[in-house]
Design a protein around this ligand. Structure first.
Ligand SMILES: Nc1nc2c(c(=O)[nH]1)N(C=O)[C@@H](CNc1ccc(C(=O)N[C@@H](CCC(=O)O)C(=O)O)cc1)CN2
Ligand SMILES: Nc1ncnc2c1ncn2[C@@H]1O[C@H](COP(=O)(O)OP(=O)(O)OP(=O)(O)O)[C@@H](O)[C@H]1O
Length: 209
């Protein structure tokens, strides 16, 4: 097969490698700080379905966030469907999981338990990289973009929040026509709010305490 004719391919590989090679202690500390930033978001819900992901490939671990979610929130994980459909299903530790085609565990539930992206109040998305206007570089499958296309002409919910290491923040990133921008991104260093673009760059972020 010929290589992907996409300059984003090299960028994806670089960012994924850098993410994977962070020392364990640094990754754990970052996950804690990202959790704190996620819980402090103005859009953080007290009730309803919230979607996370099962961290793989060096992604930010969302366990510290899941463990501290308000009792009224139901934590959901993505479940791959046919034809690039991305569903979501509630999951708690101990619930059955099955590995998907990418080796990522997902809830092992009947079709009747699957929820659409529209049912989520807030969704935390895995990102490979993110840009200053909320542009998101993902794994390249277009799973999230396809299933969140409705958010291009409809306001939140679901609120779309990226979880990433600060090293994944890019100064520029070309938006593709199908990209669905993030509302915010939380890193170990800051909460980046992409709805405050009118302000000068220095005040676009809430620095860590
Ligand atoms: N943790 C997590 N869950 C997720 C995603 C994600 O990025 N991270 N997804 C985000 O979309 C969806 C699944 N999509 C994915 C797309 C590609 C790969 C991946 O590892 N691709 C390999 C190639 C694998 C192959 O050829 O079969 C790679 O790029 O190296 C993983 C998940 C839903 N669940
Ligand atoms: N709304 C859509 N309808 C049809 N195809 C789409 C849509 N969104 C994305 N795609 C396709 O998905 C492919 C991958 O897109 P892209 O490289 O932006 O993925 P990504 O954002 O990195 O991945 P993901 O959304 O899974 O994290 C593109 O080739 C694009 O054609």
């Amino acid at each position: 097969m010929s290589p992907e004719p996409d300059p984003r391919r090299q960028l994806r590989e670089d960012l994924r490698r850098r993410r994977r090679t962070l020392p364990a202690a640094e990754r754990a500390a970052a996950a804690e700080r990202v959790a704190r930033h996620l819980l402090a978001l103005p859009c953080a819900p007290r009730t309803g379905h919230v979607a996370g992901y099962w961290a793989s490939d060096g992604e930010i671990d969302l366990e510290p966030w899941r463990q501290r979610l308000p009792a009224g929130c139901s934590y959901c994980l993505p479940v791959l469907g046919k034809g690039f459909r991305l569903h979501f299903a509630p999951w708690r530790p101990g619930d059955a999981v099955v590995e998907n085609r990418f080796g990522i565990p997902e809830p092992d539930v009947p079709a009747s338990a699957l929820l659409p992206a529209e049912a989520m109040t807030l969704m935390v998305l895995p990102v490979v990289g993110f840009g200053p206007q909320g542009q998101r570089l993902g794994m390249g499958g277009g799973w999230y973009d396809r299933n969140l296309a409705f958010r291009r002409d409809r306001p939140a919910p679901p609120w779309l929040v990226g979880a990433a290491f600060e090293l994944q923040r890019l100064d520029t990133l070309r938006a593709e026509p199908w990209d669905v921008p993030l509302d915010a991104a939380c890193t170990e260093a800051a909460s980046h709010d992409f709805h405050s673009r009118h302000r000068p760059p220095s005040s676009e972020t809430t620095p860590a305490e």
